[in-house]
Design a protein around this ligand. Structure first.
Ligand code: GLU
Length: 371
C-alpha cells in the first residue's frame, strides 16, 4: 500500500501508543523527548485538517513507579491501583505536550462492555464525534479500575481497533517496539523478511506471529493481528510501524519500516454491512416524506414515523418499512420503543417537552442507516 496516498486520503486517524515507547522499562521514567516529537507529528496532521484520536497505554507502567511497587508481576488489585495513579499522569502528559500547539485534549476511558452494550457504545461514539468535530484530541485508555480479567481487552491494540469501528476511522497506526510483521521472529532469525502489505489475516499469517510482548505491554503480535482483522473488516487500514523512532509519523511518511493491513471496504460500506448483519429487534414504519429524506441522505426524524413494532431499546437495530409495507433498510434506533411511540409524528423540537429530557434530534442518525 502507498503510505503517502493512504494518508492523503484519510480524514480520521487513530494513533495507538504502547507503554514501552512512553516509559523507559529500566528506569520507569517517561520518555519525554519522544513524547514531544509525537506531539509535533500530531500537530502536523492536525494542520492538514485531520481528526486525531490517541489510544495510549502507560498508566500501569507510570503508576507502579509512583506507588513504588517492586519489579515483577503485580496482582490485579495492584495493577488497577497503579493504573488509577498512572492515568492522571498520563492524561496530564498529553495535555502538557499538546497545549503549546494550541490543541485541546480530552480523556476517555472505555471497557469491553462499552462495545458490547450498544447504548453505551452509541454514547461513547456520540461523545467522540462531538470532540472530533470541535477539533479536540481524545486520549483513550482502557478503564482499568473496573476491568476484571474476564472483561478486560487484554491489550490496547484491540481497544484501538474497536475504537476504529466505533468512529469509522480511515487509518489505525500501531506504534510499539516492533516495526512490522515478519515471516519469522526477527530476533531469532536475522534473515526474517518483513511483509509490506497484508490483505487477509489467515492461518498462515497467524502462524508468523510469535508472542512479542515486553514486560510493560501485554500486546504481542497476535493481538496486533486480531486488531488488524477487526479494523480491516471495519474498512480501516492498519499499519504497524517503528514507533520507537523520534517523530514516528514523519518517519513512517518518509518511508519508515512498516507493515500495512489493507481494509476490506471503505468505512461507510463496512458500517452498512455491519448494521445490515444485525438481528432487528423491531420495525419503524415511515411516511413518503421520510422515504424521500432518507433517499437524499438525511437522518430519520420522529416526524416521519407513524408506527413502531417489536421490542427494542436504545441502540438496537430496527427495520425501516414504508407505508406500503416494503422493507427499505435497517438502522440503529436512538430511543426505546415506548419513547419512540411518544415522539413519533412530532417535531424534534418537541422531544424535550414530551419526554422530559432533551434527547437527540434524529430517531435514526444517517450514519447508523443501512439503506
Ligand atoms: N491499559 C494499560 C495501561 O494503560 C495498557 C494495556 C496495554 O498495554 O495493552 O497501562
Amino acid at each position: 500500500m502507498d503510505t503517502l496516498k493512504t494518508f492523503n486520503n484519510a480524514s480520521k486517524i487513530i494513533i495507538k501508543i504502547g507503554s514501552s515507547l512512553l516509559v523507559n522499562s529500566d528506569t520507569g521514567l517517561l520518555n519525554d523527548g519522544w513524547l514531544r516529537s509525537l506531539a509535533e507529528d500530531i500537530d502536523m496532521l492536525k494542520q492538514q485538517g485531520k481528526q486525531i484520536i490517541v489510544v495510549s497505554s502507560g498508566s500501569i507502567a507510570l503508576g507502579r513507579r509512583i506507588l513504588q511497587f517492586p519489579i515483577g508481576k503485580l496482582s490485579l488489585e495492584q495493577t488497577q491501583a497503579s493504573a488509577a495513579c498512572g492515568q492522571i499522569k498520563l492524561a496530564r502528559m498529553y495535555e502538557e505536550v499538546m497545549h503549546p500547539f494550541g490543541h485541546t485534549t480530552a480523556q476517555i476511558l472505555l471497557t469491553l462492555d462499552d462495545n458490547d452494550n450498544r447504548k453505551r457504545f452509541l454514547n461513547a461514539r456520540a461523545t467522540l464525534s462531538t470532540l472530533l468535530t470541535m477539533g479536540v484530541i481524545p486520549i483513550i485508555n482502557e478503564n482499568d479500575t473496573i476491568a476484571t480479567d474476564e472483561i478486560r481487552y487484554g491489550d490496547n491494540d484491540r481497544l484501538a481497533a474497536l475504537v476504529s469501528v466505533m468512529v469509522g476511522a480511515d487509518i489505525l497506526i500501531l506504534f510499539s517496539d516492533v516495526d512490522g510483521l515478519y515471516d519469522k521472529d526477527p530476533r531469532k532469525f536475522p534473515k526474517a523478511i518483513r511483509l509490506e502489505t497484508v490483505a487477509e489475516i489467515d492461518s498462515k499469517i497467524f502462524a508468523m506471529a510469535g508472542s512479542t510482548g515486553t514486560n510493560l505491554a501485554r500486546g504481542g503480535m497476535k493481538t496486533k493481528l486480531i486488531a488488524a482483522r477487526t479494523s480491516m473488516k471495519a474498512g480501516c487500514a492498519m499499519v504497524i510501524s517503528e514507533g520507537y523512532k523520534r517523530n514516528p509519523v514523519q518517519n513512517l511518511l518518509n518511508g519508515g519500516k512498516c507493515t500495512w493491513f489493507k481494509p476490506e471496504h471503505d468505512p461507510q460500506v463496512a458500517r452498512k454491512h455491519w448494521i445490515a448483519s444485525m438481528k432487528p429487534k423491531g420495525s419503524v414504519y415511515i411516511d413518503d416524506g421520510a422515504v424521500q429524506a432518507l433517499q437524499n441522505g438525511k437522518s430519520l426524524l420522529p416526524a416521519g414515523v407513524h408506527k413502531v413494532a417489536g421490542e427494542f431499546g436504545r441502540g438496537d437495530a430496527v427495520e425501516i418499512i414504508s407505508c406500503k409495507g416494503k422493507r427499505l433498510g435497517a438502522g440503529l434506533i436512538r430511543y426505546t420503543k415506548s419513547e419512540s411511540e411518544l415522539i413519533m409524528g412530532h417535531k424534534s423540537t418537541e422531544i424535550e417537552k414530551i419526554l422530559g429530557f432533551s434527547g437527540r434530534a434524529a430517531l435514526i442518525h444517517r450514519d447508523d442507516l443501512s439503506w
